[in-house]
Design a protein around this ligand. Sequence first.
Ligand code: UDP
Ligand code: MG
Length: 309
Amino acid sequence: MELLSVIVPCYNEEENIFDFYNELMKNEQFFEKRGLEIEILYIDDGSKDKTADKVKELNARDPRAHLLSFSRNFGKEAAIYAGLKTAKGAYAVMMDADLQDPPSLLPEMFQYIDEGYDSVATRRVTRKGEPVIRSWFARLFYKIMNRISRTEIVDGARDYRLMKRNVVDAILSITEYNRFTKGIFGWVGYETKWLEYENIERKKGETKWSFWKLFLYSLDGVTAFSTVPLAIASIMGVLFCGFAFLFIIVIIVRKLIFGDPTSGWPSLVCIISLVSGVQLFCLGIVGQYLAKTYMEVKKRPIYLIKEEI
Ligand code: UDP
Ligand code: MG
C-alpha cells in the first residue's frame, strides 16, 4: 500500500468540511484498486467559524481525517506549506475545501503518474462565474508575469496538483517567507502533465479573496519571481537623464539666439513634477524589494500551530 496525503487549506469553511470528505470518498473504490491508503490533512488557517470543530467531528468518525490548526490566519500559501510539511505520503495532492477542485479527477491524475510523470497539475480554461474585471486583470497579470519572469506561470493554473514525493521535497526545500506557490511549482520544474477543466463555481460559503487582496498578491508574485521592475527603474533613470541633458542644450542654445531667460516657467513646473513623480515611483519599486528582503531576513516562521489531531 502507498500513502496519499490530501491537503485541504480551510479558512472559514465549516459548511464544506463534510461535503468535501463525501466527495473525496466517492473515489474509495479507486483508492482500493490502486493500492492507496489516504490521510486527509485539513489545515485550519485560523478560521473564526466552526471549521476546527467540524474536522474534529469528522476525525471521530474517520481517523484518517486530521486537523492542523494555525494560531491565526497565515494565508493559503502558509497552509499549503504546512500541509506539505506534515504530509507523510508517497504522493500529495492539494485541493480547495470549496470543491472547486473536483476530487473526481484523481483517477485520471494517477493514470499520468503511473505513466511516469512526477506531477499532474490542473488549470481552468474558463473563468465562468467570475466578475469580468477580475478576469481581465488576472489575464493581464499572467501576460506581464510571463514577460518579466523566467519562471513559467501558467494562466488559470490552480493549486490543485498531485505530486510525487520528490516534488514535495523539492518544494519544501524552498523555505522563503514570501511564498508565491504558483511560481514555486513552476520554478522546481519536473515532468508535469497539465489537465484542463471548466471553472466550477464554489458550492457553499464565499470567496476569501477580495479584489484588493488579489492585487496585493499579484505584487507579491512579481517581487518573488522577477527583478525586472528594478531594471525598469534604472532604465527610466537613464532615459530621464538623457532627456534632461538634451533639454539643457536646447535652453542654452535658445538663450544665445533669443536671449529671453525668464520664459518657460510653466514648462519647468511640469518637468519638475513629472520627474519627481518618476523618482518616487522608482523609489517605491526599490522599497518593495527592500520590504520583501526585510521580511525574509527576519526569518519568522511561516506558520504557528495551535492544535494538531
Ligand atoms: N484559504 C485559506 N486561507 C486564506 C484564504 C483561503 O486557507 O487566507 C483557503 C480556502 O478555505 C479555500 C482555498 O484556500 O479552501 C481557496 O480559497 P477561495 O475558494 O476563497 O478562493 P477562490 O477559489 O475564490 O480563488
Ligand atoms: Mg474557491
